[in-house]
Design a protein. Structure first.
Length: 359
């Protein structure tokens, strides 16, 4: 039996549909991320699961029991938001213990639980400090410990790192997942940032226009986006139109040259029009021209050094196509306007199914 099941959820606000036939299953101990752009419905879905909103149709089941109409305070779920809402007049220990007192835990049990969580979030020795004396990252850990303290059956996190700068956010991502896994906490995590989703989640539900567009493990989602929408949202801009010119192996003729794919959908026919994406890490700069599939010669538009890699933007001679690739280090010493020769890894090319190619 699944731990949490979301079945055929619909929701409309002011005659505007927000969620359409949402179905999702979450296993015990699993971290599922709701990922998508602003307005796609991910926070509304989270609020319905929490009991803060009621669906127009559908059901929320917990361990097989329908809790759709159960008030939020009786669900024993935890919530953590971007604004931590820590109490500045309280110490770290008092903030973490707040929910336990509301649940009428004994003093002994409360102290033991607070001490346990201080160790889990690496804040031992900070229990008597006021929260305004802590860094942003430390405050985030206090908020997480407070959310975990009552042993919620489900923890829901809505953009919990949104208030932090990128460096601190990157530092805390791995810690957050490790903590949730250490305490075996089932969680639903909402974000618009794909890097957060990849770092934290066991599975990612990519949402678009109130629907779950693609649901998969992070690596599978990145390696095999099912549509141009999914590819673009995951940071892939190299969307190309093409035509199948051969099968077994598959060769696609595009405006940038002929590309050979490692895998392709079944049922593909010679002459068929297709759409595909080349992932940004899929190119290697070479020093010579090779007249063969997956060997391209393009014009450099811009080169931007990003530390471990450089982002190069290239176009065709007629400037009808713009591609972007991440290459190691300096990666490319050419100046804008110069020709650049590339080899494309077949594994980095993903062809979209016809039914979702225009998604």
């Amino acid at each position: 039996m699944s731990f949490l099941s979301i079945a055929h959820i619909d929701k409309t606000f002011d005659e505007t549909p927000v969620l359409h036939d949402i179905n999702l299953v979450v296993d015990r101990g699993e971290i599922v991320c709701l990922l998508g752009p602003s307005g796609c419905g991910k926070t509304t879905l989270l609020r319905i699961i929490a009991g803060l909103e009621s669906p127009d149709a559908g059901h929320v089941l917990l361990e097989g029991k329908d809790i759709t109409s159960l008030p939020s305070h009786r669900r024993d779920f935890g919530l953590m938001f971007q604004d931590y809402v820590l109490f500045p007049h309280m110490t770290v220990k008092e903030n973490i213990a707040f929910g336990l007192k509301m649940h009428n835990w004994s003093v002994e049990a409360t102290d033991a639980r607070v001490d346990e969580l201080l160790g889990v979030v690496d804040l031992l020795g900070y229990e008597d400090r006021r929260v305004y004396e802590l860094s942003g990252g430390q405050q985030q850990r206090v908020a997480l410990a407070r959310s975990l303290a009552p042993n919620p059956r489900l923890l829901m996190l809505d953009e919990p790192l949104g208030a932090l700068d990128r460096t601190l956010r990157d530092q805390l991502l791995g810690e957050l997942r490790a903590i949730l896994k250490q305490v075996m906490q089932t969680a639903i995590y909402v974000t618009h940032d794909q890097l957060e989703a990849f770092a934290v989640a066991d599975r990612v539900a990519l949402m678009q226009n109130g629907r779950i567009h693609q649901l998969d493990k992070p690596e599978a989602l990145y390696r095999r986006p099912i549509s141009p929408f999914a590819a673009r949202f995951l940071g892939m801009q190299n969307i190309l139109e093409g035509r199948v010119i051969a099968l077994q192996p598959v060769f696609i003729e595009t405006k940038v040259g002929v590309l050979q794919l490692r895998t392709a959908p079944s049922g593909m026919r010679v002459g068929e029009a297709v759409m595909l994406v080349v992932r940004p890490e899929g190119a290697r700069v070479t020093s010579k021209v090779v007249h063969a599939p997956n060997h391209l010669t393009l014009i450099l538009v811009n080169r931007s050094f990003r530390g471990a890699h450089s982002l190069i933007q290239l176009t065709t001679k007629d400037e009808t196509v713009l591609l972007s690739f991440e290459v190691p280090g300096i990666g490319c010493s050419a100046q804008p306007g110069a020709q650049v020769h590339l080899t494309i890894d077949p594994e980095s090319i993903v062809i979209f199914e016809a039914s979702v190619a225009h998604g």
